[in-house]
Design a protein around this ligand. Structure first.
Ligand SMILES: *[C@@H]1O[C@H](CO)[C@@H](O)[C@H](O)[C@H]1NC(C)=O
Ligand SMILES: *[C@@H]1O[C@H](CO)[C@@H](O)[C@H](O)[C@H]1NC(C)=O
Ligand SMILES: *[C@@H]1O[C@H](CO)[C@@H](O)[C@H](O)[C@H]1NC(C)=O
Ligand SMILES: *[C@@H]1O[C@H](CO)[C@@H](O)[C@H](O)[C@H]1NC(C)=O
Ligand SMILES: *[C@@H]1O[C@H](CO)[C@@H](O)[C@H](O)[C@H]1NC(C)=O
Length: 556
Protein backbone atom coordinates (compact mmCIF):
# COMPACT_ATOMS: atom_id res chain seq x y z
CA UNK A 1 0.00 0.00 0.00
CA UNK A 2 2.75 2.38 1.03
CA UNK A 3 4.67 1.73 -2.18
CA UNK A 4 1.63 2.32 -4.35
CA UNK A 5 0.99 5.69 -2.74
CA UNK A 6 4.57 6.79 -3.37
CA UNK A 7 4.50 5.79 -7.02
CA UNK A 8 1.29 7.64 -7.63
CA UNK A 9 2.74 10.68 -5.95
CA UNK A 10 5.89 10.71 -8.05
CA UNK A 11 4.03 10.26 -11.27
CA UNK A 12 1.59 13.04 -10.49
CA UNK A 13 4.26 15.55 -9.56
CA UNK A 14 6.21 14.89 -12.74
CA UNK A 15 3.80 16.71 -15.05
CA UNK A 16 3.37 20.45 -15.22
CA UNK A 17 2.84 22.42 -18.45
CA UNK A 18 4.04 21.80 -21.90
CA UNK A 19 4.35 23.64 -25.15
CA UNK A 20 4.71 22.88 -28.83
CA UNK A 21 6.37 25.30 -31.27
CA UNK A 22 6.89 24.63 -34.96
CA UNK A 23 10.07 26.22 -36.39
CA UNK A 24 9.99 24.99 -39.98
CA UNK A 25 7.72 25.81 -41.63
CA UNK A 26 7.32 28.91 -39.44
CA UNK A 27 4.71 28.10 -36.78
CA UNK A 28 2.39 31.02 -36.13
CA UNK A 29 1.25 30.19 -32.59
CA UNK A 30 -1.68 32.39 -33.75
CA UNK A 31 0.53 35.39 -34.56
CA UNK A 32 -0.14 37.29 -37.77
CA UNK A 33 2.09 40.38 -38.16
CA UNK A 34 2.14 42.02 -34.74
CA UNK A 35 5.47 43.62 -33.86
CA UNK A 36 5.09 42.93 -30.13
CA UNK A 37 6.60 39.87 -28.48
CA UNK A 38 3.32 38.46 -27.23
CA UNK A 39 0.80 37.40 -29.83
CA UNK A 40 -2.27 39.64 -29.97
CA UNK A 41 -4.94 37.01 -30.01
CA UNK A 42 -4.67 33.41 -28.80
CA UNK A 43 -8.12 32.68 -30.29
CA UNK A 44 -7.42 33.83 -33.83
CA UNK A 45 -7.22 30.54 -35.74
CA UNK A 46 -6.78 27.62 -33.34
CA UNK A 47 -6.13 26.72 -29.72
CA UNK A 48 -2.39 26.31 -29.18
CA UNK A 49 -2.30 26.17 -25.36
CA UNK A 50 1.18 27.65 -25.81
CA UNK A 51 2.90 30.56 -24.18
CA UNK A 52 1.93 33.90 -25.78
CA UNK A 53 5.55 34.67 -26.70
CA UNK A 54 5.98 31.83 -29.16
CA UNK A 55 5.51 31.93 -32.91
CA UNK A 56 6.68 33.63 -36.10
CA UNK A 57 4.92 36.29 -38.10
CA UNK A 58 3.48 35.63 -41.52
CA UNK A 59 5.98 36.20 -44.35
CA UNK A 60 5.99 39.44 -46.33
CA UNK A 61 6.98 39.92 -49.94
CA UNK A 62 8.09 43.56 -49.86
CA UNK A 63 11.33 45.19 -48.85
CA UNK A 64 9.99 47.45 -46.09
CA UNK A 65 7.06 47.83 -43.75
CA UNK A 66 3.91 49.19 -45.28
CA UNK A 67 0.22 49.70 -44.49
CA UNK A 68 -0.35 50.58 -40.86
CA UNK A 69 3.19 49.70 -39.91
CA UNK A 70 2.74 46.07 -40.80
CA UNK A 71 3.92 43.84 -43.56
CA UNK A 72 1.80 42.75 -46.46
CA UNK A 73 1.58 39.09 -45.44
CA UNK A 74 2.06 37.83 -48.97
CA UNK A 75 5.46 36.20 -48.65
CA UNK A 76 4.14 32.72 -49.20
CA UNK A 77 6.65 29.90 -49.78
CA UNK A 78 6.23 27.29 -52.49
CA UNK A 79 7.07 23.62 -52.13
CA UNK A 80 7.09 21.28 -55.11
CA UNK A 81 5.12 18.05 -55.05
CA UNK A 82 7.15 15.08 -53.72
CA UNK A 83 9.92 17.41 -52.55
CA UNK A 84 11.28 16.79 -49.06
CA UNK A 85 10.67 19.32 -46.33
CA UNK A 86 12.31 19.07 -42.93
CA UNK A 87 9.52 19.85 -40.46
CA UNK A 88 11.12 20.90 -37.19
CA UNK A 89 9.63 21.76 -33.81
CA UNK A 90 10.35 21.87 -30.10
CA UNK A 91 8.05 20.30 -27.55
CA UNK A 92 8.32 20.47 -23.86
CA UNK A 93 8.15 16.75 -23.12
CA UNK A 94 8.37 13.81 -25.31
CA UNK A 95 8.99 10.57 -26.89
CA UNK A 96 10.99 7.80 -25.39
CA UNK A 97 10.79 9.41 -22.01
CA UNK A 98 9.26 7.31 -19.22
CA UNK A 99 7.90 10.44 -17.51
CA UNK A 100 5.22 11.07 -20.10
CA UNK A 101 3.01 9.43 -22.75
CA UNK A 102 3.11 11.45 -25.95
CA UNK A 103 1.70 11.59 -29.46
CA UNK A 104 2.50 14.16 -32.11
CA UNK A 105 0.06 14.25 -35.02
CA UNK A 106 0.83 16.21 -38.21
CA UNK A 107 -1.88 17.01 -40.74
CA UNK A 108 -2.45 19.37 -43.66
CA UNK A 109 -5.37 21.08 -45.32
CA UNK A 110 -5.43 22.72 -48.75
CA UNK A 111 -7.92 25.08 -50.34
CA UNK A 112 -9.00 22.51 -52.96
CA UNK A 113 -10.99 20.24 -50.65
CA UNK A 114 -14.65 19.68 -50.08
CA UNK A 115 -16.58 17.24 -47.92
CA UNK A 116 -19.46 15.76 -49.92
CA UNK A 117 -22.02 13.02 -49.43
CA UNK A 118 -24.72 11.46 -51.55
CA UNK A 119 -28.17 12.15 -50.11
CA UNK A 120 -31.20 9.84 -50.15
CA UNK A 121 -32.22 11.21 -53.57
CA UNK A 122 -28.79 10.19 -54.92
CA UNK A 123 -27.81 13.84 -55.22
CA UNK A 124 -24.28 14.84 -54.22
CA UNK A 125 -24.35 17.52 -51.54
CA UNK A 126 -21.53 19.57 -50.11
CA UNK A 127 -21.08 19.73 -46.36
CA UNK A 128 -18.32 22.35 -46.60
CA UNK A 129 -15.32 23.36 -48.65
CA UNK A 130 -11.98 24.87 -47.81
CA UNK A 131 -11.64 27.41 -50.61
CA UNK A 132 -11.40 30.40 -48.23
CA UNK A 133 -8.25 29.13 -46.53
CA UNK A 134 -6.02 32.17 -45.82
CA UNK A 135 -3.67 33.78 -43.28
CA UNK A 136 -5.37 37.13 -42.77
CA UNK A 137 -4.27 40.52 -44.04
CA UNK A 138 -1.90 42.13 -41.55
CA UNK A 139 -1.94 45.45 -43.42
CA UNK A 140 -5.42 46.27 -42.12
CA UNK A 141 -4.14 46.45 -38.55
CA UNK A 142 -5.72 45.02 -35.45
CA UNK A 143 -8.98 43.95 -37.10
CA UNK A 144 -6.96 41.28 -38.92
CA UNK A 145 -6.13 39.76 -35.57
CA UNK A 146 -9.74 39.04 -34.76
CA UNK A 147 -11.27 35.63 -35.10
CA UNK A 148 -13.29 35.21 -38.29
CA UNK A 149 -17.02 35.06 -37.61
CA UNK A 150 -18.63 35.12 -41.01
CA UNK A 151 -17.83 34.98 -44.70
CA UNK A 152 -17.84 38.77 -45.13
CA UNK A 153 -14.69 39.18 -43.03
CA UNK A 154 -12.40 38.39 -45.91
CA UNK A 155 -9.32 40.05 -44.39
CA UNK A 156 -9.32 37.85 -41.31
CA UNK A 157 -7.45 34.58 -41.28
CA UNK A 158 -9.32 31.38 -41.79
CA UNK A 159 -8.42 27.69 -41.66
CA UNK A 160 -11.35 25.36 -40.93
CA UNK A 161 -14.58 26.24 -42.77
CA UNK A 162 -17.16 27.96 -40.58
CA UNK A 163 -19.66 25.18 -41.35
CA UNK A 164 -17.28 22.72 -39.69
CA UNK A 165 -17.48 24.67 -36.46
CA UNK A 166 -21.24 25.07 -36.76
CA UNK A 167 -21.67 21.31 -36.90
CA UNK A 168 -19.46 20.96 -33.85
CA UNK A 169 -21.34 23.50 -31.81
CA UNK A 170 -24.76 22.01 -32.58
CA UNK A 171 -23.73 18.37 -32.21
CA UNK A 172 -23.96 16.69 -28.82
CA UNK A 173 -20.61 15.99 -27.30
CA UNK A 174 -19.42 12.40 -27.07
CA UNK A 175 -20.61 11.50 -23.59
CA UNK A 176 -18.36 8.46 -23.33
CA UNK A 177 -15.30 10.68 -23.08
CA UNK A 178 -13.52 10.81 -19.75
CA UNK A 179 -14.10 14.26 -18.24
CA UNK A 180 -12.56 13.63 -14.78
CA UNK A 181 -14.32 15.91 -12.30
CA UNK A 182 -15.09 18.64 -14.83
CA UNK A 183 -18.65 19.84 -14.76
CA UNK A 184 -19.90 19.54 -18.34
CA UNK A 185 -23.61 19.13 -19.00
CA UNK A 186 -24.62 15.79 -20.53
CA UNK A 187 -26.31 17.54 -23.42
CA UNK A 188 -23.54 20.10 -24.00
CA UNK A 189 -22.21 20.29 -27.55
CA UNK A 190 -18.86 19.08 -28.91
CA UNK A 191 -17.61 22.61 -28.18
CA UNK A 192 -17.06 21.51 -24.59
CA UNK A 193 -14.34 19.10 -23.62
CA UNK A 194 -12.41 18.34 -20.47
CA UNK A 195 -9.68 20.70 -21.67
CA UNK A 196 -12.05 23.39 -22.95
CA UNK A 197 -14.99 22.98 -20.59
CA UNK A 198 -16.08 26.60 -21.04
CA UNK A 199 -16.49 26.00 -24.77
CA UNK A 200 -14.19 28.86 -25.76
CA UNK A 201 -14.05 29.34 -29.51
CA UNK A 202 -10.71 29.40 -31.35
CA UNK A 203 -11.00 30.20 -35.06
CA UNK A 204 -13.38 27.66 -36.52
CA UNK A 205 -11.68 24.77 -34.80
CA UNK A 206 -13.86 22.14 -33.12
CA UNK A 207 -12.62 21.61 -29.54
CA UNK A 208 -13.66 17.96 -29.42
CA UNK A 209 -11.89 17.27 -32.71
CA UNK A 210 -8.82 19.15 -31.48
CA UNK A 211 -8.51 17.12 -28.29
CA UNK A 212 -9.13 13.66 -29.77
CA UNK A 213 -7.46 11.78 -32.57
CA UNK A 214 -8.44 9.84 -34.63
CA UNK A 215 -11.72 11.76 -34.69
CA UNK A 216 -15.05 10.09 -35.33
CA UNK A 217 -16.71 12.73 -37.58
CA UNK A 218 -15.54 14.23 -40.89
CA UNK A 219 -12.81 16.88 -40.58
CA UNK A 220 -11.03 18.98 -43.20
CA UNK A 221 -7.62 17.57 -42.20
CA UNK A 222 -5.54 15.01 -44.06
CA UNK A 223 -3.16 12.95 -41.95
CA UNK A 224 0.60 12.85 -42.59
CA UNK A 225 2.29 11.16 -39.65
CA UNK A 226 1.74 10.19 -36.03
CA UNK A 227 4.83 10.05 -33.82
CA UNK A 228 4.12 8.20 -30.63
CA UNK A 229 5.63 6.89 -27.41
CA UNK A 230 3.29 3.88 -27.71
CA UNK A 231 3.70 2.02 -30.98
CA UNK A 232 0.81 -0.35 -30.15
CA UNK A 233 -1.42 2.60 -31.01
CA UNK A 234 -0.27 2.60 -34.65
CA UNK A 235 -2.89 0.13 -35.78
CA UNK A 236 -5.66 2.38 -34.46
CA UNK A 237 -4.21 5.47 -36.14
CA UNK A 238 -3.68 3.75 -39.45
CA UNK A 239 -7.10 2.09 -39.67
CA UNK A 240 -9.21 4.96 -38.32
CA UNK A 241 -7.50 7.84 -40.09
CA UNK A 242 -9.86 9.75 -42.37
CA UNK A 243 -7.27 9.13 -45.10
CA UNK A 244 -8.63 5.59 -45.29
CA UNK A 245 -11.91 5.53 -43.34
CA UNK A 246 -15.23 7.16 -44.21
CA UNK A 247 -16.64 9.39 -41.45
CA UNK A 248 -20.34 9.91 -40.87
CA UNK A 249 -22.64 12.64 -39.62
CA UNK A 250 -26.35 13.09 -38.91
CA UNK A 251 -28.52 15.49 -40.89
CA UNK A 252 -30.04 16.43 -37.53
CA UNK A 253 -26.73 17.78 -36.35
CA UNK A 254 -27.36 17.27 -32.66
CA UNK A 255 -26.76 13.53 -32.99
CA UNK A 256 -23.24 12.27 -32.77
CA UNK A 257 -23.78 8.63 -33.75
CA UNK A 258 -25.66 6.56 -36.27
CA UNK A 259 -28.03 4.81 -33.86
CA UNK A 260 -29.35 7.95 -32.16
CA UNK A 261 -29.61 9.63 -35.54
CA UNK A 262 -31.70 6.89 -37.14
CA UNK A 263 -33.78 6.22 -33.99
CA UNK A 264 -34.76 9.87 -34.09
CA UNK A 265 -35.89 9.58 -37.69
CA UNK A 266 -33.03 11.52 -39.21
CA UNK A 267 -30.51 10.46 -41.90
CA UNK A 268 -26.94 9.38 -41.35
CA UNK A 269 -24.60 10.07 -44.25
CA UNK A 270 -20.99 9.30 -44.84
CA UNK A 271 -18.21 11.38 -46.31
CA UNK A 272 -15.79 9.18 -48.28
CA UNK A 273 -12.21 8.81 -47.03
CA UNK A 274 -9.57 11.04 -48.65
CA UNK A 275 -8.35 8.03 -50.56
CA UNK A 276 -4.68 8.61 -49.76
CA UNK A 277 -2.34 6.24 -47.88
CA UNK A 278 -2.77 5.81 -44.14
CA UNK A 279 -0.54 8.13 -42.09
CA UNK A 280 2.97 7.04 -41.24
CA UNK A 281 3.28 5.94 -37.61
CA UNK A 282 6.74 6.14 -36.05
CA UNK A 283 8.33 6.37 -32.63
CA UNK A 284 8.71 9.88 -31.23
CA UNK A 285 12.34 10.60 -30.36
CA UNK A 286 13.40 11.44 -26.82
CA UNK A 287 13.20 14.93 -25.44
CA UNK A 288 13.72 15.87 -21.83
CA UNK A 289 10.52 16.83 -20.05
CA UNK A 290 10.15 20.45 -19.00
CA UNK A 291 13.32 21.44 -20.86
CA UNK A 292 11.93 22.77 -24.10
CA UNK A 293 13.71 21.21 -27.05
CA UNK A 294 16.42 19.31 -25.14
CA UNK A 295 16.74 16.20 -27.26
CA UNK A 296 19.44 13.72 -28.21
CA UNK A 297 22.18 15.19 -30.39
CA UNK A 298 21.08 18.74 -29.63
CA UNK A 299 18.85 18.97 -32.71
CA UNK A 300 15.18 19.84 -32.36
CA UNK A 301 12.73 17.04 -33.13
CA UNK A 302 11.87 16.72 -36.82
CA UNK A 303 10.41 14.54 -39.51
CA UNK A 304 10.94 14.60 -43.26
CA UNK A 305 7.71 15.40 -45.04
CA UNK A 306 7.30 14.35 -48.66
CA UNK A 307 5.04 17.07 -50.02
CA UNK A 308 1.80 15.45 -51.18
CA UNK A 309 1.10 15.13 -54.87
CA UNK A 310 -2.66 14.50 -54.83
CA UNK A 311 -3.45 18.21 -54.33
CA UNK A 312 -4.22 20.52 -57.25
CA UNK A 313 -1.37 22.53 -58.72
CA UNK A 314 -0.98 25.87 -56.89
CA UNK A 315 -3.10 24.78 -53.94
CA UNK A 316 -2.77 26.95 -50.86
CA UNK A 317 -2.20 24.79 -47.81
CA UNK A 318 -1.48 24.86 -44.09
CA UNK A 319 0.35 22.40 -41.84
CA UNK A 320 -1.00 21.51 -38.38
CA UNK A 321 0.86 19.75 -35.60
CA UNK A 322 -0.73 18.58 -32.38
CA UNK A 323 1.13 17.37 -29.34
CA UNK A 324 -0.81 15.27 -26.85
CA UNK A 325 0.55 14.28 -23.47
CA UNK A 326 -0.68 12.23 -20.53
CA UNK A 327 0.64 10.49 -17.43
CA UNK A 328 0.39 6.93 -16.18
CA UNK A 329 -2.14 7.86 -13.48
CA UNK A 330 -4.93 6.59 -15.66
CA UNK A 331 -4.95 4.87 -19.05
CA UNK A 332 -6.33 7.59 -21.27
CA UNK A 333 -7.09 5.14 -24.06
CA UNK A 334 -9.25 2.93 -21.86
CA UNK A 335 -10.64 5.40 -19.34
CA UNK A 336 -14.20 6.45 -20.14
CA UNK A 337 -16.91 8.41 -18.42
CA UNK A 338 -18.25 6.54 -15.39
CA UNK A 339 -20.62 7.39 -12.56
CA UNK A 340 -21.67 5.61 -9.39
CA UNK A 341 -25.23 4.69 -8.42
CA UNK A 342 -25.81 8.18 -7.01
CA UNK A 343 -24.90 9.68 -10.36
CA UNK A 344 -21.59 11.04 -9.05
CA UNK A 345 -18.60 10.97 -11.37
CA UNK A 346 -15.96 8.34 -10.74
CA UNK A 347 -12.55 9.77 -11.51
CA UNK A 348 -9.07 8.45 -10.77
CA UNK A 349 -7.84 12.05 -10.53
CA UNK A 350 -9.10 15.13 -8.71
CA UNK A 351 -7.95 18.75 -8.57
CA UNK A 352 -5.08 19.42 -6.15
CA UNK A 353 -5.69 16.38 -3.95
CA UNK A 354 -4.36 16.11 -0.41
CA UNK A 355 -2.44 12.93 0.20
CA UNK A 356 -1.61 11.57 3.67
CA UNK A 357 1.90 10.24 3.25
CA UNK A 358 1.68 8.38 6.57
CA UNK A 359 -1.66 6.72 5.92
CA UNK A 360 -2.01 3.41 7.76
CA UNK A 361 0.46 4.33 10.48
CA UNK A 362 -1.99 6.20 12.71
CA UNK A 363 -0.11 9.40 12.02
CA UNK A 364 -0.71 12.06 9.41
CA UNK A 365 1.47 14.05 7.04
CA UNK A 366 -0.74 15.69 4.49
CA UNK A 367 0.71 17.17 1.31
CA UNK A 368 -1.12 18.85 -1.49
CA UNK A 369 -0.34 17.85 -5.07
CA UNK A 370 -0.57 20.11 -8.08
CA UNK A 371 -3.20 18.59 -10.34
CA UNK A 372 -5.51 20.38 -12.74
CA UNK A 373 -7.81 17.70 -14.13
CA UNK A 374 -8.56 19.75 -17.24
CA UNK A 375 -4.86 19.68 -18.16
CA UNK A 376 -3.91 16.26 -16.91
CA UNK A 377 -3.71 14.84 -20.36
CA UNK A 378 -3.55 17.78 -22.67
CA UNK A 379 -3.32 18.71 -26.35
CA UNK A 380 -1.07 21.50 -27.64
CA UNK A 381 -0.87 22.73 -31.15
CA UNK A 382 0.93 24.89 -33.67
CA UNK A 383 0.23 25.60 -37.33
CA UNK A 384 2.16 27.07 -40.21
CA UNK A 385 1.07 30.10 -42.16
CA UNK A 386 -0.16 29.18 -45.63
CA UNK A 387 2.18 27.86 -48.32
CA UNK A 388 1.70 26.84 -51.95
CA UNK A 389 2.13 23.34 -53.37
CA UNK A 390 3.09 23.29 -57.04
CA UNK A 391 3.63 20.63 -59.69
CA UNK A 392 7.28 19.74 -60.15
CA UNK A 393 8.92 21.75 -62.95
CA UNK A 394 8.54 19.81 -66.19
CA UNK A 395 12.28 19.75 -66.90
CA UNK A 396 13.20 17.99 -63.64
CA UNK A 397 13.39 14.20 -64.12
CA UNK A 398 10.69 12.40 -62.16
CA UNK A 399 13.26 10.25 -60.34
CA UNK A 400 15.33 13.23 -59.13
CA UNK A 401 14.78 14.13 -55.50
CA UNK A 402 14.05 17.74 -54.60
CA UNK A 403 15.11 18.93 -51.13
CA UNK A 404 13.78 22.19 -49.72
CA UNK A 405 16.43 24.46 -48.21
CA UNK A 406 14.86 27.32 -46.23
CA UNK A 407 15.58 29.69 -43.37
CA UNK A 408 14.09 29.39 -39.91
CA UNK A 409 14.12 31.71 -36.94
CA UNK A 410 13.38 35.36 -36.26
CA UNK A 411 15.30 38.50 -35.49
CA UNK A 412 16.79 38.87 -32.02
CA UNK A 413 19.17 37.20 -29.61
CA UNK A 414 18.46 33.90 -27.88
CA UNK A 415 16.68 35.55 -24.96
CA UNK A 416 14.62 37.91 -27.12
CA UNK A 417 13.39 35.24 -29.48
CA UNK A 418 12.67 32.42 -27.00
CA UNK A 419 10.68 30.17 -27.31
CA UNK A 420 11.19 30.84 -31.04
CA UNK A 421 14.74 30.38 -32.32
CA UNK A 422 17.47 32.54 -33.88
CA UNK A 423 18.10 32.51 -37.59
CA UNK A 424 19.60 29.50 -39.30
CA UNK A 425 19.37 27.57 -42.53
CA UNK A 426 17.23 24.48 -42.48
CA UNK A 427 18.34 21.78 -43.06
CA UNK A 428 21.63 23.01 -41.63
CA UNK A 429 23.52 20.09 -43.15
CA UNK A 430 22.03 18.58 -46.26
CA UNK A 431 23.32 15.43 -47.95
CA UNK A 432 22.30 14.87 -51.58
CA UNK A 433 23.44 12.87 -54.60
CA UNK A 434 24.63 14.34 -57.92
CA UNK A 435 21.23 13.92 -59.61
CA UNK A 436 19.25 15.60 -56.80
CA UNK A 437 18.00 19.17 -56.74
CA UNK A 438 17.82 21.67 -53.92
CA UNK A 439 15.01 24.23 -53.86
CA UNK A 440 16.37 27.28 -52.05
CA UNK A 441 13.83 29.82 -50.82
CA UNK A 442 13.12 31.83 -47.72
CA UNK A 443 10.48 34.05 -46.21
CA UNK A 444 10.55 36.56 -43.38
CA UNK A 445 8.51 39.22 -41.70
CA UNK A 446 8.85 42.99 -41.97
CA UNK A 447 7.15 43.51 -38.62
CA UNK A 448 9.08 41.10 -36.45
CA UNK A 449 9.29 42.18 -32.79
CA UNK A 450 12.24 44.43 -32.08
CA UNK A 451 15.43 42.53 -31.36
CA UNK A 452 19.18 42.46 -31.80
CA UNK A 453 20.35 42.16 -35.37
CA UNK A 454 21.86 43.98 -38.31
CA UNK A 455 20.08 46.16 -40.85
CA UNK A 456 16.71 47.87 -40.55
CA UNK A 457 14.88 47.02 -37.32
CA UNK A 458 11.99 44.55 -37.23
CA UNK A 459 12.86 42.94 -40.54
CA UNK A 460 14.00 39.44 -41.46
CA UNK A 461 16.32 39.52 -44.51
CA UNK A 462 18.44 36.79 -45.99
CA UNK A 463 21.00 35.90 -48.57
CA UNK A 464 23.23 32.91 -49.22
CA UNK A 465 26.90 33.11 -50.21
CA UNK A 466 29.63 30.50 -50.20
CA UNK A 467 32.38 30.10 -47.64
CA UNK A 468 35.47 27.92 -47.51
CA UNK A 469 34.40 25.82 -44.51
CA UNK A 470 31.79 25.60 -41.78
CA UNK A 471 34.15 27.49 -39.47
CA UNK A 472 34.50 30.61 -41.63
CA UNK A 473 32.61 33.86 -41.10
CA UNK A 474 34.07 35.69 -44.07
CA UNK A 475 32.55 34.56 -47.37
CA UNK A 476 34.29 33.80 -50.64
CA UNK A 477 33.60 35.60 -53.88
CA UNK A 478 32.62 33.95 -57.14
CA UNK A 479 36.20 34.50 -58.35
CA UNK A 480 37.53 32.16 -55.64
CA UNK A 481 38.09 28.65 -56.93
CA UNK A 482 36.63 27.16 -53.75
CA UNK A 483 33.34 29.05 -54.27
CA UNK A 484 31.65 26.49 -56.48
CA UNK A 485 28.22 25.90 -54.96
CA UNK A 486 26.69 27.77 -57.89
CA UNK A 487 27.70 27.07 -61.44
CA UNK A 488 26.80 30.43 -62.95
CA UNK A 489 27.58 33.96 -61.88
CA UNK A 490 23.88 34.83 -62.23
CA UNK A 491 22.96 32.22 -59.60
CA UNK A 492 25.70 33.46 -57.29
CA UNK A 493 24.52 37.05 -57.69
CA UNK A 494 20.85 36.22 -57.20
CA UNK A 495 21.37 34.26 -53.99
CA UNK A 496 23.82 36.86 -52.67
CA UNK A 497 21.33 39.70 -53.23
CA UNK A 498 17.95 37.94 -52.94
CA UNK A 499 17.41 38.71 -56.61
CA UNK A 500 18.03 42.47 -56.27
CA UNK A 501 21.31 42.49 -58.21
CA UNK A 502 24.83 43.47 -57.27
CA UNK A 503 24.63 47.02 -58.57
CA UNK A 504 21.83 48.14 -56.28
CA UNK A 505 21.89 45.87 -53.25
CA UNK A 506 22.16 47.61 -49.89
CA UNK A 507 25.14 46.45 -47.82
CA UNK A 508 22.79 45.21 -45.06
CA UNK A 509 20.20 43.89 -47.53
CA UNK A 510 17.71 46.57 -46.48
CA UNK A 511 16.34 46.81 -50.00
CA UNK A 512 16.09 43.02 -50.43
CA UNK A 513 12.63 41.45 -50.40
CA UNK A 514 11.81 39.51 -47.24
CA UNK A 515 10.76 36.55 -49.34
CA UNK A 516 12.85 35.12 -52.14
CA UNK A 517 12.60 31.96 -54.19
CA UNK A 518 15.82 31.23 -56.03
CA UNK A 519 14.46 28.10 -57.67
CA UNK A 520 16.10 24.73 -58.07
CA UNK A 521 19.83 24.18 -58.24
CA UNK A 522 22.12 21.20 -58.49
CA UNK A 523 24.78 22.03 -55.90
CA UNK A 524 28.16 22.33 -57.57
CA UNK A 525 26.48 21.41 -60.84
CA UNK A 526 26.17 17.88 -59.46
CA UNK A 527 29.90 17.51 -58.60
CA UNK A 528 30.64 15.39 -55.55
CA UNK A 529 31.97 17.69 -52.82
CA UNK A 530 31.25 19.74 -49.71
CA UNK A 531 29.70 23.17 -50.16
CA UNK A 532 29.48 25.72 -47.35
CA UNK A 533 27.51 28.95 -47.15
CA UNK A 534 26.36 31.70 -44.81
CA UNK A 535 24.11 34.73 -44.61
CA UNK A 536 26.14 37.96 -44.60
CA UNK A 537 23.57 40.03 -42.73
CA UNK A 538 22.61 37.67 -39.93
CA UNK A 539 25.72 35.58 -39.38
CA UNK A 540 27.51 37.36 -36.56
CA UNK A 541 30.22 35.54 -34.70
CA UNK A 542 29.71 34.98 -31.84
CA UNK A 543 26.18 36.28 -31.40
CA UNK A 544 24.44 34.50 -34.26
CA UNK A 545 25.34 31.68 -36.58
CA UNK A 546 23.49 31.37 -39.83
CA UNK A 547 25.65 28.92 -41.72
CA UNK A 548 24.89 25.74 -43.61
CA UNK A 549 26.37 23.05 -45.78
CA UNK A 550 25.41 20.76 -48.61
CA UNK A 551 27.39 17.58 -49.17
CA UNK A 552 27.05 15.99 -52.57
CA UNK A 553 27.92 12.30 -52.26
CA UNK A 554 27.99 9.65 -54.98
CA UNK A 555 25.17 7.75 -53.28
CA UNK A 556 23.36 7.82 -49.94
C1 LIG B 1 -29.82 20.54 -21.77
O1 LIG B 1 -30.78 20.07 -20.86
C2 LIG B 1 -31.29 21.08 -20.01
C3 LIG B 1 -32.17 20.39 -18.95
O2 LIG B 1 -33.02 19.44 -19.57
C4 LIG B 1 -32.06 22.10 -20.82
O3 LIG B 1 -32.53 23.13 -20.01
C5 LIG B 1 -31.11 22.69 -21.85
O4 LIG B 1 -31.78 23.55 -22.73
C6 LIG B 1 -30.47 21.59 -22.68
N1 LIG B 1 -29.42 22.19 -23.50
C7 LIG B 1 -29.23 21.86 -24.75
C8 LIG B 1 -28.08 22.51 -25.44
O5 LIG B 1 -29.93 21.04 -25.35
C1 LIG C 1 -4.65 12.33 -26.56
O1 LIG C 1 -4.56 11.20 -25.73
C2 LIG C 1 -5.81 10.76 -25.24
C3 LIG C 1 -5.52 9.60 -24.31
O2 LIG C 1 -4.78 10.06 -23.22
C4 LIG C 1 -6.70 10.36 -26.39
O3 LIG C 1 -7.98 10.03 -25.91
C5 LIG C 1 -6.84 11.49 -27.37
O4 LIG C 1 -7.56 11.07 -28.50
C6 LIG C 1 -5.48 12.01 -27.80
N1 LIG C 1 -5.65 13.22 -28.60
C7 LIG C 1 -4.86 13.56 -29.62
C8 LIG C 1 -5.14 14.85 -30.31
O5 LIG C 1 -3.92 12.87 -30.00
C1 LIG D 1 -0.49 1.79 -25.34
O1 LIG D 1 -1.51 1.55 -26.27
C2 LIG D 1 -2.33 0.42 -25.94
C3 LIG D 1 -3.26 0.19 -27.12
O2 LIG D 1 -4.14 1.26 -27.28
C4 LIG D 1 -3.06 0.70 -24.66
O3 LIG D 1 -3.88 -0.40 -24.31
C5 LIG D 1 -2.02 0.93 -23.56
O4 LIG D 1 -2.68 1.25 -22.38
C6 LIG D 1 -1.10 2.06 -23.96
N1 LIG D 1 -0.04 2.20 -23.00
C7 LIG D 1 0.18 3.34 -22.37
C8 LIG D 1 1.34 3.34 -21.41
O5 LIG D 1 -0.49 4.34 -22.56
C1 LIG E 1 15.54 13.25 -42.67
O1 LIG E 1 16.35 13.23 -43.82
C2 LIG E 1 17.73 13.42 -43.59
C3 LIG E 1 18.44 13.36 -44.93
O2 LIG E 1 18.03 14.42 -45.73
C4 LIG E 1 18.26 12.33 -42.70
O3 LIG E 1 19.60 12.62 -42.36
C5 LIG E 1 17.45 12.29 -41.43
O4 LIG E 1 17.87 11.20 -40.64
C6 LIG E 1 15.98 12.11 -41.75
N1 LIG E 1 15.23 12.15 -40.53
C7 LIG E 1 14.45 11.18 -40.10
C8 LIG E 1 13.74 11.39 -38.82
O5 LIG E 1 14.29 10.16 -40.74
C1 LIG F 1 26.88 40.66 -29.48
O1 LIG F 1 26.33 40.26 -28.23
C2 LIG F 1 26.97 40.87 -27.12
C3 LIG F 1 26.41 40.25 -25.87
O2 LIG F 1 25.00 40.38 -25.84
C4 LIG F 1 26.75 42.36 -27.16
O3 LIG F 1 27.45 42.98 -26.08
C5 LIG F 1 27.28 42.89 -28.45
O4 LIG F 1 26.97 44.25 -28.56
C6 LIG F 1 26.69 42.14 -29.62
N1 LIG F 1 27.32 42.64 -30.78
C7 LIG F 1 26.64 43.34 -31.66
C8 LIG F 1 27.48 43.93 -32.74
O5 LIG F 1 25.42 43.45 -31.65
Amino acid sequence: MKIVTCLVLLAIVAVVRADFYMHNPRGSNNRLSEDNNNRNNANRLFDSQNNNRGGYNVGDSNTAKNGNGRGDGTGILTYYKTSILRVEWTNQHGGENPNVNTQVVFQYMCDDQSATYVDSNSVTQELWNTDLLRDGDGSIGNAANQRVQDDTQTQRGRHEPIAFYQHCSTRNRNRGLFIATENIADNASARRTRQDNAGTQYGSECPEERDYYPYWHPTPWKDIIVLTSNMTQCELYQTESQNVMAKGFCVDQQHNNRDDCIDDGSQWYEVAPWGIPAPRCEPLAFSRDNHLGNSIGGEPLHFNWTIPSEVTNDAKCVLRGRYNISTDDYDGWNQFYEEDEDGDVISPITDDPNVNLLKGTGRAAGVQLNVDVSQFGRTFQDRSHTFIIKDRPADIPAEAKIYNLNVRGRRGNIVQVYPAVEYDFIPRELVVTPTDYVHIAWTGSLSSPDGAGQGAANSDKNNLVCTASAGHSVPLTFADEACNLFTTFAQHENFATAGVGGATIDELLNNAPATYDGGLIQPGGGQVGDYYFLNTRNNHFSNRSQRGSIKVVASV
